[in-house]
Structure formats: C-alpha cells, structure tokens
Design a binder for this molecule. Structure first.
Ligand code: SAM
Length: 274
C-alpha cells in the first residue's frame, strides 16, 4: 500500500475533487481516500468508467498533437489537471520543441503538484485561475506576458466545462475566450454528455461529484456544439465531415473500433478561428 500524499495548504483531503478523482482513475497517486471512495463507487456501478477517463485523456493527447502539427507555438490549457502521462507541453514539445504552454487550474492540489513538470520556465508555466473568470485569465500579466493573445494560440479546454454550472453561463464564457483569440487559433474542447448513457449510470455520474469541490453537469450535443460558436470545426478524422465527435472517435485511425460505451460519454471537437 502506498503512502498518502502530503496535504498541501488549501486542500481538504476529506472533500473529493475532480482533479484527484481523475488522477486516481488514470492510475496516479495525487489522491486521497475520499477521491478513491467516490471513484470506486462509480466503477462498481458503471463498468465503463475507466474507458470514459482514458477516452477523455486520449482525445486531449490526439487533439493537442494535431494542433501542434498545424504549427501552433503557444498554448493556454485551462483545467489542466494533475501531472500525468502525456502532459500538454510534452506532447507539443515533441512537435515544436520551443513551444510555450501556460497551464491554469483552480484546484490547490494541482498548484502544489505541478512543480515536477515545470522544468523549463521559458516553455512551461502554471498559474492558479478559474475558467469562470475570463476577465482575469485574459488580462493577467502573468499569463499575457507569456502567451501573446495577438498571435495564434491553442486553447485547450478538455473535460473542464462540465464542472461549470448553467448559472455561470458556460456558452457566454466560451464567447469571451473565442473573441479574444487571434485568427488561425484553435480550440480543443471535450465535455461529458448523458445523451447515450442509461439513466441509472447518469445518476451515478452526478452522485460521484455530489459532495465534491465541483459538481458535474452533463450536456447535450446541441449545448456542446454551441461552445464552438465563432469557430470552424475541423473534421474529427480522415474522411469525416467537420462535426463534433465522441471522445474516442476524434483522431482515431479506426473510428468504428473507437466507438465504445465509454467514448459515447463525451463530445469533443477542435475548432479554428478564421
Ligand atoms: C477531468 S480533469 C481534466 C484534466 C485535463 N484537462 C484532461 O483533459 O485530461 C478536470 C480539471 O478541471 C479543473 N477544473 C474544474 N473546475 C475548474 C474551474 N472552474 N476553473 C479551472 N479549472 C477547473 C479540475 O481541477 C481538474 O484539474
């Protein structure tokens, strides 16, 4: 049995957090008993939970690599999560070694744990911030001195907007971020949906986060599509038309093979600012 991680300031280990639950399901060690209990309960009731999590992380990796292959040299990754395999700067760095990545997350566990991936401050930085506050994130010098909003950017919003309530108007938040992007920028976004999941499983999904630091709001295809307003969606794989995809489908070599139950728990897409 491995030791519990150190409890950083601002972290309540008794309250599960989306970042720590996700870390546990990916096989990481930045999590506490409360996170594991919530995740294990979900896994007992919804057998495809791990498939959902790996489909989510898989989209992140394939989309980030694809954006880097378009020549984008700077990235803003909001809701970046705990360090894991395939962090954004590692994927981008394999394509563009001197690309810059600014990570943002609102979880104090993330803030306390990112040091291990912030090896080169010329290329990779982190700041605590909240996606619900674009006025802050789009003007804070710590971010705008590192990322030039006047130049094309890769904006990564992967598996985070489903922790934003309707009351916080996620569509209006996306409008703010997209309006701030220079032409030629790309947005990679994924979001959980209940469209294809059985009602009992959907209930479990919501219950998993009921006592967590953030709650969980699944949305329909139309609602997720709305987040891309002002962008041109790119085809999710060769031969497809421009559209939203299920998580596993995007960038898949064999889309039929990627069409699993877990994949259908989320929509995703990459959009370009013309
Ligand atoms: C499921 S993880 C996704 C991590 C990574 N983006 C990925 O796709 O693999 C969700 C992340 O969003 C963060 N998050 C949740 N609500 C947030 C908010 N309001 N502002 C910033 N980050 C948030 C969580 O702390 C967590 O690290």
């Amino acid at each position: 049995m491995t030791a519990e991680p150190h409890v950083p300031p601002g972290v309540d280990p008794a309250v599960p957090s989306p970042a720590r639950i996700y870390d546990y399901l990916l096989g990481g060690s930045y999590n506490f008993e409360s996170d594991r209990t919530a995740a294990n309960r979900a896994m007992q009731r919804v057998p495809e939970v791990r498939d959902i999590i790996f489909a989510t992380r898989g989209f992140h990796g394939r989309a980030v690599r694809w954006i880097a292959e378009q020549g984008i040299t700077q990235y803003l990754d909001i809701g970046s999560g705990l360090p894991t395999v395939g962090n954004t700067h590692e994927i981008v760095g394999r394509v563009i070694p001197d690309a810059r990545v600014m990570y943002v997350d609102n979880d104090p566990m993330v803030a306390a744990s990112v040091a291990e991936i912030l090896i080169d401050p010329d290329r990779t930085r982190f700041t605590t911030g909240d996606i619900r506050d674009p006025g802050d994130l789009l003007t804070r010098p710590e971010i705008t001195d590192f990322i030039d909003l006047g130049q094309p950017l890769g904006l990564i919003i992967s598996a985070v907007l489903h922790f934003v309530a309707d009351d916080d108007d996620p569509a209006a938040l996306m409008d703010r971020y997209i309006a701030a992007l220079a032409p030629g920028s790309y947005v990679a976004l994924s979001h959980a949906t209940a469209d294809k999941a059985p009602p009992e499983s959907v209930k479990t999904g919501q219950e998993t986060y009921a006592n967590a630091s953030e709650q969980f709001f699944m949305r329909s295809a139309a609602e997720v599509q709305r987040f891309f307003a002002g962008l041109e969606l790119v085809p999710p794989y060769e031969g497809a038309g421009p559209r939203l995809a299920y998580l596993g489908e995007w960038g898949a070599e064999d889309p039929a093979d990627a069409d699993t139950d877990g994949s259908r728990w989320g929509y995703c897409g990459v959009g370009r600012r013309a």
